[in-house]
Design a protein around this ligand. Structure first.
Ligand code: ADP
Length: 474
């Protein structure tokens, strides 16, 4: 089985969130199962020089983008045994950062078309094209519209994975003709039309053979109006082709015993060393250094999805408890301001890092006692999985993948691997934090840590489920 992944980001090349972690680790896990998985990514300016210098140009062509023909280079690099192809076009991708420009429709229309155009020239004919989120949502519709008559593409299956339904790539009607070479027959409610506009995510959902999202609970949730982001009707309609497969993590990257970013390596047998990481973290953040004070981390995009409104509502109460908080995140200005203001008033309780920093994230995962993820919705969530591999206990709201991966601790039975609450309610969250802090002082804490570190959150099981998904398209 040969599978070509098409995505807008992937570690270690370019990352803005969990999608990149998946693209950086799932193909490797698929290859371990014998699937020839390869990846196409944009060649962003953002990609570190050490990788850019190693890339080998293998092909160049032009790609139609509406009435234009745009240059497209293909560069190749093998990383961790996985072949990566990079689409090179400096006009579209030689810019700082990944997203946030006014011409996203054009950039990713180009990218989707480029993925399809280069396949006959890279000496790799996939059985399945596996696209991810709205940026690559147009791969399946374009395959159908422009390539289905070409015998080379005959029988090529398509899988589309929804990593976050909130971001859909919705653009004016004109992009259809102007960027995608599609006529008005595609502008109907059963195809690409969405409230008078064109929706790239919808394109992936309508035109792909099989669809999935990144946890079982989220796959159910998105069929309801609350989580469905106005696509719940369509997703219900496609529900027999809609699956939920929980994300895994790559333990070669998130392993406290081998992690080069953290201060002191440890494993579940040497948890006393984790405390040394904590104290280093406290020292570096100007917090009182003490093993005894529970330290909670927030490592997150600062957006409403992540439940920052709940934290805002009871931040003073959280900071009046006998505990410390370290925040690593960037995002909406109002939330950045919230934390900056509180840190200024409570320097001995709250330390903030308003930035994106991979190395610091690892140090916090290893040094914190708890990670707080009170998300409003969460397709899968990787923070809680990463945290648990470092013996850092999650406090989460029971939604989506958080619900599927964190079992509430039950003091009667000893069951569970974290602390959870159900309703999107600030005081329920506060009570859950208080409860976690209470157990932090008890011997059961170490048992909880050992347990979370022993659970297998690798890709092993989920990769098998993807393999079955690919077979369904054939
Ligand atoms: P999402 O994809 O919605 O942002 P996930 O929990 O699926 O959320 O994945 C987030 C990923 O990004 C995790 O690997 C997390 O550690 C990382 N991350 C989030 N914010 C930061 C940050 N400010 N600095 C470094 N890493 C971050």
């Amino acid at each position: 089985m040969k599978v070509l992944f098409a995505a807008s980001e992937g570690t270690p090349f370019a990352k803005s969130g969990g999608l990149a972690d998946v693209i950086g680790s799932l193909p490797k896990a698929m290859r371990e199962l014998g699937v020839d998985a390869r990846v196409v990514l944009p060649k962003y300016e953002e990609i570190p020089d050490n990788f850019r210098h190693k890339m080998k140009p293998i092909y160049r062509t032009t790609v139609p983008v509406g009435w234009r023909n745009q240059y497209c280079g293909v560069e190749y690099l093998e990383y961790n045994g996985v072949p990566f192809y990079f689409i090179d076009n400096e006009y579209y991708f030689k810019r700082p950062g990944l997203y946030g420009y006014g011409d996203e429709a054009e950039r990713y229309a180009f990218f989707c078309r480029a993925v399809l155009e280069i396949i006959p020239h890279i000496n790799f004919k996939p059985h399945v094209i596996h696209s991810h989120d709205w940026h690559t949502g147009m791969v399946s519709p374009l395959l159908k519209a422009h390539y289905s008559k070409d015998p080379f593409y005959k029988g090529m299956g398509t899988v589309f994975t929804i990593h976050n339904l909130r971001y859909q790539g919705v653009f004016p009607r004109e992009v259809l003709a102007d960027l995608l070479d599609l006529d008005d027959s595609y502008f109907t409610a059963d195809k690409l039309e969405f409230y008078g506009k064109v929706n790239f995510m919808k394109g992936g959902v309508v035109f792909s053979d099989v669809i999935n999202t990144v946890s079982k609970s989220y796959a159910e949730e998105i069929k309801t109006p609350y989580f469905g982001e106005n696509l719940d009707g369509l997703l219900s309609y496609r529900s027999k082709d809609l699956y939920g497969i929980v994300n895994g993590i790559d333990y070669s990257e998130f392993n406290p015993y081998t992690d080069p970013h953290i201060f002191y390596p440890y494993d579940s047998k040497s948890l006393e060393i984790k405390a040394k990481n904590k104290m280093e973290l406290q020292r570096n953040h100007g917090l009182p250094v003490s093993e005894k004070i529970p330290l909670t981390a927030i490592i997150s995009r600062l957006t409403s999805q992540k439940g920052i409104d709940l934290i805002a509502r009871v931040l003073e109460e959280i900071l009046s408890m006998e505990g410390q908080l370290i925040v690593l995140g960037a995002g909406d200005e109002q939330y950045e301001h919230l934390f900056k203001d509180a840190a200024w008033r409570h320097p001995d309780k709250l330390a903030i890092n308003i930035m994106y920093d991979e190395k610091l994230a690892h140090q916090i995962y290893s040094g914190a006692d708890l990670i707080l993820m009170p998300s409003q919705f969460e397709p899968c969530g990787l923070g809680q999985l990463i945290a648990m591999s470092y013996g850092t206990i999650p406090i989460v709201r029971e939604t989506g993948g958080l619900k599927d991966t964190v079992v509430p601790y039950n003091e009667q039975t000893g069951e569970g691997n974290g602390f959870t609450f159900t309703n999107y309610n600030a005081h329920d969250m506060l009570y859950t934090i208080e409860r976690a802090y209470k157990y932090y002082q008890q011997p059961v804490w170490k048992k909880l840590q050992e347990k979370t570190m022993s659970i297998d959150y690798s890709w092993k099981e989920s990769a098998k489920q993807y393999q079955e998904l690919y077979q369904k398209t054939q």
